[in-house]
Each structure stands twice: as C-alpha cells, then as structure tokens.
Design a protein around this ligand. Sequence first.
Ligand SMILES: Nc1ncnc2c1ncn2[C@@H]1O[C@H](COP(=O)(O)OP(=O)(O)OP(=O)(O)O)[C@@H](O)[C@H]1O
Ligand SMILES: [Mg+2]
Length: 289
Amino acid sequence: MPDDEHRGLEASGITVRFGGVTAVDGAGLEAPPGTVTALIGPNGAGKTTFFDVVTGLRRPAGGTVHFEGADLTGRAPHERARRGIARTFQRPEVFGALTVRENVQVAAEIHAATRDVPGRTRADRWRRRRAARRQTGEAADALLERLGIAQYAQCRAGTVPAGVARLVELARALATGPRLLLLDEPSAGLPVPASRSLECLLRDLAADGLAVLLVEHDMDQVMGVCDVLYVLDSGRVIASGPPVEVRSNPRVREAYLGAARSPRSPERGTGPAASAGGRHRLLGGLGGR
Ligand SMILES: Nc1ncnc2c1ncn2[C@@H]1O[C@H](COP(=O)(O)OP(=O)(O)OP(=O)(O)O)[C@@H](O)[C@H]1O
Ligand SMILES: [Mg+2]
C-alpha cells in the first residue's frame, strides 16, 4: 500500500441521478501522482458530472472520494481546493473584466494568502504585501510564458479567443499549486500545434509529480498523452487500462460501434449534449491508428 500522498485520487462507486436519469452509475477510477489519467466517453456519458463530484460541486447519491488517503466525500469545494485539487471547466470560466495576467495573479494571490504569515507591525505587513504582490506577478508571468499566451497578458480575458481562455483557466488552476489537476476538454478550440504543446505540458506536469485527470473527446490526443485510460459509457466505466489495450478492447469497440448503429435509449441522455456527434468523433479516433 503506497504512502497516503502517493495515493492521489481514489473515487469509487460514484452515482449521480438527475430525476429519472442516472448520469453516473457506480463509476470509479484512480488518478495517482506522476501520471496522466484520461477519461473518455460519448456526449452525455457522465464525465463532467463525475468531475463535479470529485471537486465537490455536486453531491453524489452514492460512492466515495478519497485524495491522498483522506476521505473528502461530503467536503466543501473550497476545502478540496485547499487540499490541492484544481480544475478547469468545459466552458472556460474567467473573470472577463480583468486582464489575462490579472486573472492568473488573483489565483496566485489567493493561494499565497492561505499560507500567509501576518507581519507584526504595519510597515512589516506593508512590506510583506508588496513582496507577495511582486512574487505572484512573477508567478503569473512565468505561467503565461509556459502556456504560450504571454502576448495576451494585457488583454481583457473576456475578449480573447475561446482556446486562449481555456489556457488562462489552466494557468489559473496551476497558480494554486495543485497536486491533482482535473481538465475538462482542455484542447477544445485549440489549433493543432497548441493542442500538441498542451500534450507536452501535461506530460511535464505529470513528470513534476502532479496527478492529471483529463476528459477529452479527441481520442488521438488522449492516446498520445495518457498513461491510463478509462472509458465511461452511460455513467459506467466499461474499460480501463493502458490506452493501447483499451483501444482494442472488444467491449469498447462494441459500445461505440453499437451506439453508432442504434440511437441512444430514450430514457438516457435526452439533453442537447447527447447527440450522436460525440460518438462519431470518438469513433474516428478509435479507428485512427
Ligand atoms: N444539471 C443537470 N440536470 C439534469 N440532467 C443533467 C444535468 N447535468 C447533466 N445532466 C445529464 O446527465 C448526463 C451526463 O451529463 P454530463 O454533462 O456529465 O456528460 P458528459 O460526458 O460530460 O457529456 P459531454 O461530452 O457532452 O460534455 C446527460 O444525460 C445530461 O443530460
Ligand atoms: Mg462534459
């Protein structure tokens, strides 16, 4: 049994229901530090809902979430964030009126404030605040540089292209110094070269010791970047393991091929997200290599 800090995320038996729809149906996965773990599945499979449970935004009807050995089931999102869990959203959520740099610096400042040691005198406090501001500004600049979006630093975040906003959100997540990073379709809207750079960045983050959990639709990108792949279908994990094995798993192929042949059952995935388009996009990826 590894030390607690080497256990990363362990989620098991997660179940979420929306009225009569079971969005996540007893799903579980592990995302250990130092690895990129990917979660794929067609539109409406329950991927984002699963992330919502891990980050505490949604309370599951069943199941548990452990991180570094601690039981976080039922804990508030801010407590999970304090323990080192950060995420990006499927639709980027940035402060549109702030500049790109300010967006990242604010996150770095909030993170720094959680570790702040108050000064004894007023002058001392002022000096510390100035030094902290300089450090968080430098940290923000370094992150913007690392993500290749330094040229947007002074642009209002509400005005940058969607792909850039995604990277701003990622920079903000990284500014909190996470140990578990959840990314919900981070490459959507990115041109191919930026998407490849992101792939390298995720490998680097894993090499730094982060546990990275990635939801993607682009199967080829997932194949290139992840160590372990989980496939979610109708809220259930139907396969997991090294990507090459999962890709050739007959159950996975049948799930996608079967889904492409017959429409989704009426009681599940009736929302706008549950189009056959997602399945075809995944199918293309599955057949790609
Ligand atoms: N707030 C909600 N209220 C009711 N049903 C919901 C809600 N959020 C999600 N669902 C339903 O739960 C199921 C899972 O949705 P979810 O968004 O988690 O899927 P997903 O795998 O992230 O899909 P996508 O690939 O389109 O992002 C879908 O059937 C969806 O319509
Ligand atoms: Mg989603």
